[in-house]
Write a protein that binds this ligand. Structure first.
Ligand SMILES: [Zn+2]
Length: 259
């Protein structure tokens, strides 16, 4: 399967973190990944919407890529490189899927499905009814023995919702992570959890692990200006969020359905 062809020669994973985009798993779970790598646990980070566009860009995609400093370039290729760098720091294996980020996706008649900012948080395009199923099929080809960690979809980004639905469609038991930085908004997390019953699991991070997570996050250079004023702001906000989650001690929080 194409989705993990580039990881076939790597050690079979004990844990698989499913990431919509080339940054989400590290921003959200980088501390736990670093802790696991330190203990010799084999970790893959599978980023599904990591493919390079195969057609023209929308004005919106070009605007975003300009903001990332990647105008007129193969932005996903540059971002895959950032991801390899970040995961090398943490000791995890990058796996890059070839699905396209929603900003590049078009309908069969060629119109862009997500042509502006508002559309990223709105309904999934009706033309994409088959995408979740196609994603689920690919995920089903991943090694079956690993623990899966999937995005809750906090913040409601359309690609995050697609991935959560696809993971759930496989019928696998999942552990869920809070999509950071969207999870900075507590209401976004509450809304993503919905009405179901959940158990929270808090993983404490020591200082070295928090620093490793932050250093890995800083590798996603193209994405920093989308969310933070500068590198120092990223470092401060990562720490503030981690300390809020841990009640003063840095932590990450995960969720598992119960009942
Ligand atoms: Zn994302």
């Amino acid at each position: 399967m194409q989705l993990y062809a580039n990881a076939r020669n790597c050690q079979t994973p004990d844990w698989i973190y499913l990431s919509p985009h080339l940054d989400d798993a590290v921003f959200s779970c980088g501390g736990r990944i670093a802790l696991q790598a330190r203990m010799g646990v084999s970790v893959w980070v599978v980023t599904v919407f990591a493919g390079s566009p195969d057609g023209p860009l929308s004005d919106f995609a070009l605007l975003l890529q300009t903001g990332w400093g990647l105008a007129e370039r193969d932005a996903p290729a540059a971002r895959r490189e950032e991801d390899r760098e970040a995961l090398a720091l943490l000791g995890a294996t990058p796996v890059h899927g070839d699905f396209h980020d929603c900003i590049y996706r078009r309908s069969p008649d060629g119109h862009f499905l997500y042509p502006d900012w508002a559309s990223l948080w709105g309904p999934i395009a009706p033309e994409e009814a088959a995408l979740t199923e196609a994603l689920a099929q690919r995920l089903g080809a991943l090694p079956s023995s690993a623990v899966w960690v999937v995005p809750l979809g906090a913040g409601r980004h359309v690609d995050h919702r697609h991935l959560r639905q696809a993971a759930e469609m496989t019928g696998r038991a999942c552990l869920y992570y809070e999509d950071y930085p969207y999870a900075d908004d507590e209401e976004a997390v509450r809304s993503a959890l919905g009405e179901g019953k959940w158990d929270a699991e808090v993983i404490f991070l020591d200082e070295a692990v928090l620093e490793a997570k932050t250093a890995a996050a800083l590798c996603y250079r193209s994405q920093i200006s989308s969310f933070w004023a500068d590198e120092a702001d990223l470092v401060d906000r990562f720490r503030a969020y981690a300390q809020r989650i841990g009640g003063g001690r840095p932590a990450e929080r995960y969720w598992r359905r119960c009942g």
